[in-house]
Design a protein around this ligand. Structure first.
Ligand code: HEC
Ligand code: HEC
Length: 187
């Protein structure tokens, strides 16, 4: 995406030379130079990765902490941060994990069917509720496909994007599974 934009900026002044007399040799050479600029940029792009990687939200935005602590932001700043950083990166990650199920996601993915009514409150009771950590059900869940994605991609990414340290026994107030999911009542 970036290099396409750059390409347009490059082409514009060259294309504006089109006002030159048709019969002049320069018009052909302009075309040639446009072609070679294009080729040059394609090559340049190729060294950055595949075309899919070029449009990557992760690569373009970066997984980074917010400019100030998320809970000290105004609601408008929080909304903008979610829209600008959290949503595009989460959408890309979920889509990579399961392209069909997460073909098109929005704030509802994490915040439930009526996010505004719920004031985007997290954890969100509409998400699948998790078993008690350490329980047999938890161990069963660990063997499922979603677990590694949740532990290795979703949790660390969103923790960084909301500027929080990741949960661990040593960081009990850190950001973890239960900042999004509720624990389900055990029988
Ligand atoms: C990948 C999951 C995810 C997605 C998608 C997501 N959010 Fe969030 N959002 C969170 C989490 C987690 C928090 C709580 C952060 C924290 O712990 O401080 C949050 C908090 C918020 C808050 C602050 C709520 C409060 O309690 O003050 C707002 C506002 C918000 N999100 C808006 C949005 C909007 C708008 C979108 C869609 C553009 C969106 N979010 C998409 C995970 C998500
Ligand atoms: C930023 C919010 C967030 C965090 C943190 C998070 N999850 Fe999730 N989790 C989700 C969302 C969103 C889904 C997808 C729900 C859907 O498909 O509708 C999900 C789905 C799951 C599923 C699949 C459930 C099912 O029935 O398909 C499991 C299991 C799961 N999470 C476990 C975990 C565990 C374990 C952790 C901590 C290591 C964790 N999650 C951390 C948001 C989160």
């Amino acid at each position: 995406m970036c290099s396409q934009k750059r390409l347009l900026i490059w082409l514009f002044p060259i294309a504006s030379c089109g006002g030159m007399p048709k019969e002049s040799a320069s018009s052909a050479s302009v075309e040639r130079s446009v072609a070679s600029e294009t080729e040059g940029f394609e090559d340049f792009g190729a060294t950055e990765g595949t075309s899919e990687e070029k449009a990557s939200a992760r690569a373009l935005l970066g997984v980074r902490p917010p400019p100030k602590p998320f809970d000290q932001m105004s609601e408008e700043e929080q909304l903008n941060w979610m829209i600008g950083y959290v949503m595009p990166i989460a959408a890309e990650d979920f889509k990579a994990y399961d392209p069909e199920r997460y073909a098109s996601v929005s704030c509802e993915l994490c915040h439930g069917p009526e996010p505004e009514k719920e004031h985007y409150r997290m954890p969100n009771p509409a998400l699948p509720q998790l078993p008690k950590p350490g329980s047999p059900d938890w161990e069963r869940m660990e063997k499922g496909r979603a677990f590694a994605f949740m532990r290795d991609v979703v949790t660390p990414t969103i923790a960084t994007l909301v500027g929080k340290e990741r949960w661990s026994p040593e960081v009990p107030n850190g950001f973890g599974c239960f900042d999004c999911h509720l624990e389900r009542e055990s029988k």
